[in-house]
Design a protein around this ligand. Structure first.
Ligand code: SF4
Length: 225
């Protein structure tokens, strides 16, 4: 990473923060609810996740032990609104069982210790990829692990800081080397990237004239926005 790239990534962080203000993610009442949300949100809209979480709350199973005690088919019914419900129920059940049987329901301990080791433990759970693992570490366990998603790739490719060939870990490392290790800063930066992707920098329609990043963005400069 050259010095200019790191400087620009931290400059963009300031611009987004000034534009959106603090977003205070993740919307959840408990760390375990964040874990469940991070798994259920794979390939679906957040509104569908909310419906599935409401079902789990109503059934009073939004904790590792009661969730692990459900049968798979009971859990499938509860998370059905989130889509891919068989796959997601299996992932949730597996993680809940692991947490309750091997970690005494102690999510903080499961996500504790050296960050790389905690991340490797999460990645070893079937169905948990890097984005889900980092979301759980950052938003459920308050560990400084930057979250990369499709929105991050889209925006930073359009800006001209990514080429599209970088791996997930390349991008995560780029951000973690550019922004001083700080849970609050990583929490807000990812949330603000998502906010920008849903407002100005949408997949098929950009509003570069209203975007707080237009003066540092190659796409906006190229189109004269
Ligand atoms: S200026 Fe346009 S292309 Fe660049 S980040 Fe903003 S909305 Fe996306």
């Amino acid at each position: 990473m050259n010095h200019r790239t790191g400087h620009l990534i931290s400059h963009i962080q300031r611009l987004l923060h000034e534009h959106f203000g603090p977003l205070r993610w993740w919307p959840a009442e408990s760390p375990f609810e964040v874990v469940v949300g991070a798994i259920l949100t794979q390939n679906t809209a957040w509104s569908n996740v909310e419906r599935a979480i409401a079902n789990l709350k109503q059934a009073r199973v939004l904790a590792a032990k009661p969730l692990a005690a459900l049968t798979i088919s009971q859990l499938e019914e509860l998370v059905r609104p989130a889509g891919f419900f068989r796959q997601k129920a299996a992932r949730l059940h597996n993680l809940a069982r692991h947490l309750s049987e091997d970690w005494g329901n102690d999510l903080a301990a499961f996500c504790g210790g050296p960050l790389d080791e905690a991340r490797a433990r999460l990645l070893a759970v079937p169905g948990i990829g890097p984005e889900t693992a980092d979301s759980i570490l950052l938003y459920a366990a308050s560990r400084p692990s930057f979250v990369v998603d499709a929105y991050t790739r889209r925006i930073f490719e359009r800006i001209g800081l990514l080429s599209g060939t970088e791996s997930y870990d390349d991008i995560r490392t780029l951000f973690m080397q550019s922004i001083a290790e700080d849970v609050r800063a990583y929490n807000e930066y990812h949330a603000q990237i998502v906010q920008l992707a849903k407002s100005c920098c949408r997949k098929n329609r950009t509003s570069c004239h209203a975007c707080p990043l237009n003066h540092v963005c190659r796409t906006a400069t190229a189109t004269g926005a």
